[in-house]
Design a protein around this ligand. Structure first.
Ligand code: GLN
Length: 550
């Protein structure tokens, strides 16, 4: 029988519930348990794959090709386990399942209701996690905040689970936010009290309250929350905003949440947690380091969550190579309008991440041109690889009409074109080339050296691909096809022979980067950035290494 930890949120969204759920997973994993984490999303979309990145941030992709909420990225990075389709459930999925059962006649004329039909389906979905994955402890996070109409069926299902499977197998964690009143310099607990009251009115008494804040939380507030919310003071865990996300499990450990969770669930620790690697990360953040500037040329830069995994992967690599990175957010449409160029000229490396649609594409192409002509390290991720190919195609073929058919259907040179199997697809959701695919690396290339492997597996999410008719001419002019599908049919990675590091990959390496295992491509990119800084001027290089050895 698996044990369950249910994580709900109160007061405001974006308080860090997803990271908290991931960190609790890490506490249990460090104690020797198999952990899986599931997100229940109250929106009616079937999955976030068709949603604008402006609404919910990045779409995270799993090995099995599921398009999921970005919190699954946090889960995987913290517990270092590949999650599967069962780990992200939306209201849309629940209703479409129940409605199709009803249409099939499965309910024999019965009235279909939220309780019990919808709640039963929610509980069935939760049960699928331990049935299909190795999970002694299942952590279930409910999206949104308590008080939302939409999340009520999920909360009701969680309430029922305590009596279904027993008190000793369930634990409820409520994550709230303490607002800070600037005029008096005080933190307030009232919204937390209200949120817990709301949760109790639904029938859920939290076992632990995690109080989030940007400011240190005085001991008396902890006691006050405990008193008003019927928990012990040690079960109120203060969690002040950390310097990096990977500090959160260390804070929760220090506050005793690991042992509180075990005793609540009747589990006995199998091994002592070893935090040495994560402590090293925090120490690395706190050390003074030389700083580099990396441009992130995107089209959704107003909402940085749209690039969550890219930023995390960059941070992992940055910490590993011992420097500090300032991300310079550049809007690709600005570059089209003669804005942002000063910033682009001041950076030590350029990342062009994934994206869809023609807005801002010329700005991305211009950034790729700048990187090629000025030997600036460049990492192109999916669309970032495609713009690298378009830019080079324009240069080699001497024609500005070179393009991807995504942006110009009638281009005379479609160097990037729809994958053959994508041609007949009309439905939007879940129809791209999705999930893990093998890629063989060509010996002697930058990427073969970076990975130090012959065959790698990477996660994809795209409809378009390099068009093979252009392989010869581009190859003759210095483009190296350094990663190919095992049957040679698809170009997965390109790089340039005459450039220190200009690499574009058709997949998303950012999804597989881990805090203590930075992705080889991000790491190699950052190493080339350091090398460039070193080359720039003697002055800069002196400072870099003086600071590093100091
Ligand atoms: N829009 C491009 C395609 O569909 C790139 C997708 C991406 O960057 N994820 O192929």
């Amino acid at each position: 029988m698996s044990k369950y930890i249910f994580v709900t949120g109160g007061v405001v969204s974006s308080a860090g519930k997803g990271v908290t759920a991931a960190a609790i997973g890490k506490l249990l994993k460090e104690r020797g348990f198999d952990v899986s984490i599931q997100k229940l999303d109250p929106y009616i979309n079937v999955d976030p794959g068709t949603m604008s990145p402006y609404q919910h941030g990045e779409v995270f992709v799993l090995d099995d090709g599921s398009e999921t909420d970005l919190d699954l990225g946090h889960y995987e990075r913290f517990i270092d386990t590949s999650l599967t389709a069962v780990c992200n459930v939306t209201t849309g999925q629940i209703y479409s399942e129940v409605i199709s059962q009803e249409r099939r006649g499965d309910f024999l004329g019965g009235t279909i209701q939220v309780i019990p039909h919808i709640t039963n389906e929610i509980k069935r979905r939760i049960g699928l996690v331990p049935q299909t994955m190795k999970a002694e402890v299942v952590i279930v996070e409910v999206g949104g905040t308590v008080g939302d109409i939409e999340s009520l069926p999920f909360l009701e299902a969680l309430r029922q689970m305590r009596s279904d499977i027993g008190r000793e197998n369930t634990m409820y964690v409520h994550v709230t936010w303490l607002p800070h009143i600037g005029a008096t310099g005080e933190l307030k607990t009232k919204p937390t009290q209200h949120s817990v009251r709301e949760l109790r009115s639904i029938g859920i008494q939290p076992d632990v309250i995690i109080a989030r804040s940007d400011y240190p939380i005085p001991e008396e507030l902890r006691e006050k929350i405990a008193l008003f919310c019927d928990v012990e003071p040690r079960e109120v865990i203060p969690l002040t905003t950390c310097k990096i996300l990977y500090e959160v499990p260390l804070v929760l450990e220090h506050e005793g949440l690991g042992e509180i969770s075990l005793s609540r669930l009747g589990l006995i620790r199998r091994c002592a947690p070893d935090w040495s690697e994560w402590e090293k990360l925090i120490a690395a953040v706190e050390t003074d380091k030389p700083k580099v500037r990396i441009a992130l040329v995107g089209k959704y830069v107003e909402l940085q969550d749209a690039y969550m995994s890219v930023c995390q992967a960059l941070q992992h690599a940055t910490l590993a190579v011992g420097i500090e990175t300032e991300v310079v957010w550049l809007h690709s449409t600005d570059l089209e309008n003669d804005k942002g160029w000063k910033d682009l000229e001041s950076v030590h490396g350029i990342i062009v991440p994934g994206g869809f649609g023609s807005r801002g594409i010329e700005g991305k192409i211009a950034a790729a041109r700048f990187a090629r002509q000025n030997q600036v390290p460049y990492l192109g991720l999916c669309l970032g690889m495609q713009v690298m190919v378009i830019e080079f195609g324009r240069h080699v073929l001497g024609s500005e009409s070179v393009n991807s058919t995504e942006f110009n259907r009638s281009t005379s040179h479609p160097v990037i074109d729809l994958l053959p199997e994508q041609g007949s697809i009309t439905e939007m959701g879940g129809t791209m080339r999705l999930g893990l695919y093998p890629c063989k690396l060509v010996p002697g290339t930058i990427v073969a050296e970076a990975y130090n492997q012959e065959l790698v597996q990477e996660r994809h999410r795209h409809r378009y691909e390099f068009k093979n008719t252009y392989r010869e001419i581009m190859g003759e002019n210095g483009m190296v096809f350094s990663g190919l599908s095992p049957d040679d049919r698809l170009v997965e990675i390109v790089e340039f022979a005459n450039h220190p590091f200009m690499v574009g990959c058709q997949f998303h390496p950012e999804f597989l980067s881990r805090p203590n295992k930075p992705h080889p491509l991000f790491r190699a990119f950052m190493e080339s950035v350091v090398a460039r800084v070193q080359d720039l001027t003697e002055e800069e290089s002196k400072t870099l290494y003086a600071e590093q050895s100091g």
